[in-house]
Write a protein that binds this ligand. Structure first.
Ligand code: ATP
Ligand code: MG
Length: 602
């Protein structure tokens, strides 16, 4: 491709809308344009990158025996009602673009395809002989994200590879899950990314396992905790660890103390001159279930620890049936306005005890009349602890479960694991932290969708059984940007060769110099003929502009038809290192081919 013929516009300044390096660089280098919040036009250079990523994804998927297909983006509401997700996706999370068509039918733009594929499986899979089977597609997805940001990282329209497998039993599902683990690792390695596979939260679906593939980068929205022995890595949402040991109690007698201005653990520990590990902290949450039932939740946890709200939400989802609900619609620390809606009297915030009286809740149908009391494991063994007194400005010390307070019936792991904690599998290992960009997520769904939607098969013994199902997603457009986030310098993008839009760029510094043009044109033709994807910068621009642009767009190898032409040589520059060397014109094609081959990851 000739740059002179391309719609190629680079920007010298960072666009104001962009916050992270990869987003700035892709805009500046003319790879994409923002059309609306979270909606981008993929311009020709980016489209080449996306196609290369897709090609690698396809090869790895096909190698596992999965079949490519293309499912409709327009999805009828009925399918989502069958699975029970219509309300969650349109109202609760509100992530689905839904509308009414001219026939007054409700439809939505697909954010994901479990419903569509399960409907197909319900119709087409009859017998165990058809199993296992795995379909995937590469397609634009639509999600009305609350906070679209960072360009392609969190778009409202983005490209995803999504695959769905169906099985007769769990063992078969696990086998495919293992194949996907390998395929995903291969994809990311071949794209030139540094990544980590981590244990992930499977959310309210419960189920067996889920793994996220995280590209490591400072700008990542996720936190990963891992150990140096390589035996443990998990998303912080899911991570477990051993808490630090509690400092033995210093209060022997139970008494209520005047502790003015100590609403926080820090201020209280300082005032009482005790360790936060001796304090039972009681945190108030408000959960709303899908039947619009609100429940006030009181979580007792050790003072030095924080509540992991994902673990809390999972526990609340498990308890949903007790409140007539099935899923959690929202979970939050109730704001002052919300407190006014249900509190019968002002709450002793900052001084709450585990036995806060239920009469703080105003009787009304939409709010459960009693607190749901949960204890994190860290408080169970505490003796002579410090906690609130339900009276502002006062705490109690020397308290014990079974004496002054009743330990809540539900004792669960609700604490947030943190860097520096000891690992469960080997207490000598401490958890380390890293930021990650979630690129892929593989999931053992089990029979959730097949049961909800009646997708069954006849087993060998003739019994109708629900299909076991797995799902596997890769953010193709997010991956492309993550590659930039992992690889750039002050001059611009440094694409891994495998997904660079072109392998080389031939720069003719002065197109008024006939020798340069002849040499440049010949190299351009020879390289392309040899399968080296080549750009030719034949624009009427100053040499400095051309070099800057070549660096900015990040093509791995630059060939300059400059001064050394008179000796039959050209300058060849490696983008990643700026390393430059002069090579005889006749040897350029071979050399570049060798370099490309050496860059390839298998
Ligand atoms: P996230 O937690 O980042 O919102 P998710 O759990 O919603 O992701 P999945 O539904 O598992 O993601 O989708 C599969 C993959 O699609 C993700 O791993 C990610 O790479 C990509 N993806 C998800 N949402 C977006 C988005 N809004 N923009 C770009 N890529 C996305
Ligand atoms: Mg999401």
């Amino acid at each position: 491709m000739r740059l002179s013929q391309m719609l190629f516009v680079t920007l010298r300044e960072d666009p104001a809308e962009a916050e992270i390096p990869s987003h700035k660089l892709l805009l500046r280098a003319g790879y994409m344009r923002r059309i609306a919040s979270g909606v981008y036009a993929y311009l020709p250079l980016l489209w080449r990158v996306l196609n290369k990523v897709s090609a690698i994804v396809r090869e790895e998927m096909n190698a596992t025996g999965a079949q490519e297909c293309l499912l409709p983006q327009l999805q009828p509401a009925d399918l989502w009602r069958d699975s029970g997700r219509w309300d969650t996706y349109t109202k609760a999370e509100g992530i689905m673009f839904a509308f009414i068509d001219r026939r007054e039918q409700e439809v939505a733009l697909g954010p994901t395809h479990e419903e569509v594929i399960t409907a197909i499986a319900r119709d087409m899979i009859r017998s165990y002989r058809q199993l296992p089977t795995h379909l995937y597609q590469i397609q634009t997805k639509f999600r009305d994200e609350i906070r679209p940001r960072f360009g392609l990282m969190r778009g409202r329209e983005f490209i995803m590879k999504d695959g769905y497998s169906f099985h007769a039993d769990e063992d078969s599902l696990k086998a495919t899950y293992r194949d996907m683990y390998q395929a995903y690792s291969n994809m990311l390695r071949r794209c030139g990314l540094e990544f980590r596979a981590v244990e992930a939260d499977s959310g309210a679906i419960g189920g067996s396992g889920s793994t996220e593939f995280m590209v490591l980068a400072e700008a990542g929205e996720d936190e990963v905790l891992y150990t140096d022995d390589g035996k443990y890595a998990a998303n912080v949402e899911k991570a477990v660890s051993l808490p630090p040991d509690a400092v033995p109690a210093t209060f022997e007698k139970y008494e209520k103390l005047d502790t003015p201005n100590t609403p926080t653990i820090e201020s209280l520990a300082k005032f009482l001159d005790c360790s936060p590990t001796q304090i039972v902290k009681n945190v108030l949450y408000q959960v709303t279930y899908d039947n619009e039932q609100a429940v006030l939740v009181l979580v007792s946890i050790r003072g030095d620890q924080d509540v992991n709200e994902v673990k809390l939400q999972n526990e609340l989802a498990r308890q949903a049936a007790a409140y007539g609900g099935s899923t959690v619609i929202s979970l939050e620390v109730p704001s002052e306005t919300e407190q006014k809606n249900w509190a019968a009297k002002p709450l002793p915030l900052g001084y709450i005890a585990p036995d806060l009286d239920d009469d703080y809740i105003k009787p009304q149908a939409s709010v459960a009349p009693k607190f749901l009391r949960l204890a994190d494991q860290t408080v169970v063994e505490l003796k002579n602890f410090v906690t609130g007194s339900n009276q502002s400005g006062y705490h109690v010390v020397g308290a014990n479960w079974g004496d002054q307070f009743t330990l809540p019936q539900s004792v669960v792991d609700l604490r947030k694991a943190a860097a520096g904690d000891r690992a469960v599998h080997a207490p000598s290992q401490t958890l380390q932290t890293a930021r990650g960009i979630e690129i892929g997520h593989i999931f053992q769904l089990g029979t959730k969708y097949s049961t909800a939607m009646g997708a069954t098969y006849a087993s060998e013994s003739g019994e109708e059984k629900p299909l076991f199902m797995g799902c596997y997603g890769v953010g193709v457009s997010r991956l492309a940007q993550a590659a930039v986030e992992q690889s750039y310098d002050q001059d611009g993008i440094i694409w891994p060769t495998a997904i660079a839009p072109y392998h080389t760029i031939v720069v003719m510094p002065n197109i008024n110099d006939a020798d340069q043009v002849v040499a440049g044109e010949k190299l351009y033709a020879d390289l392309n003929a040899a399968g080296v994807e080549t750009l030719l910068d034949d624009r009427k621009e100053r040499a400095g502009v051309k070099f800057k642009d070549a660096d900015l767009i990040g093509i791995p190898y630059r060939i300059v038809t400059g001064r050394s032409l008179k000796d039959g040589k050209v300058e060849v520059v490696k983008r990643a290192t700026h390393e430059s060397q002069e090579i005889g014109v006749d040897h350029v094609v071979k050399t570049i081919q060798q370099w490309i081959e050496a860059d390839r990851e298998y």
